[in-house]
Design a protein around this ligand. Structure first.
Ligand SMILES: CC(C)(COP(=O)(O)OP(=O)(O)OC[C@H]1O[C@@H](n2cnc3c(N)ncnc32)[C@H](O)[C@@H]1OP(=O)(O)O)[C@@H](O)C(=O)NCCC(=O)NCCS
Length: 186
């Protein structure tokens, strides 16, 4: 079965036989490319994290990284990348599911559910008791998915921005156009 082949002769969607397994080094490029389609397409407006090669690599190499893929006869059709966060002065370990994606033609087959459960169960074995996710407020599909997985209590978080270049220019004008020197740097 390939991604071209998810319907039977009567047009019904056939559930593909997917293997959920840990990500391997050979999967890095495929995961990155799938993420490019999923996350670049939606132009995720979150600045503090954006989809790039490092995101995939980091989940793979870091000690407390968690990386799973959905494999259909060698084709990567989904992935879940996460990590465990520990806080100073807290005995708690927090799981963070950073990226979860399924190829569009394979969505609604329960693949993300399986990826999520695999990661959650491993995190649980590793001492995690709370798992966090974040997503844009208008990503309705993802919000429905996470609600279905049992996530609740959404907290609103606002991002504010300051154009520091403008600020610097204003300061320079105020100081008579003199360039501001700090620590010997221009
Ligand atoms: C969110 C996403 C990962 C879900 O993947 P999926 O494999 O289709 O999810 P599942 O099939 O396991 O869905 C489980 C349940 O979640 C809910 N759900 C999932 N996608 C949904 C959608 N588009 N609309 C409404 N509910 C949805 C449903 O309750 C579904 O159960 P059902 O199909 O029996 O009704 C997928 O839509 C995706 O890759 N989106 C783009 C990337 C993204 O936004 N990722 C999340 C933030 S990192």
């Amino acid at each position: 079965m390939t991604s071209q082949d998810t319907e039977d002769l009567s047009g019904r969607r056939r559930k593909p036989e997917i293997d959920i397994r840990e990500m391997e080094i050979e999967d890095l490029a495929a995961v990155f490319q799938l993420g490019e389609k999923l996350f670049r397409a939606s132009e995720v407006p979150i600045l503090y994290r954006s989809w790039e090669e490092f995101e995939v690599l980091d989940s793979f190499v870091r000690d407390m990284g968690y990386a799973y893929v959905a494999d259909l006869d060698g084709e990567i059709v989904g992935f879940a990348l996460g990590s465990v966060v520990t806080k100073r002065k807290s005995a708690w370990k927090y799981g963070y599911l950073a990226w979860l994606g399924v190829k569009p033609e394979f969505q609604r087959f329960g693949i993300a559910t399986r990826l999520f459960r695999e990661m959650r169960d491993t995190m649980l074995e590793d001492g995690v008791r709370i798992v966090f996710i974040d997503t844009e407020a208008d990503n309705v599909e993802a919000l429905k998915f996470f609600a279905r997985m049992g996530f609740g209590k959404p907290e609103e978080h606002l991002y504010l921005s300051l154009n520091v270049d403008d600020e610097l220019r204003k300061t320079r004008i105020k100081n008579g156009n003199g360039r501001h020197k700090k620590n010997g740097r221009d």
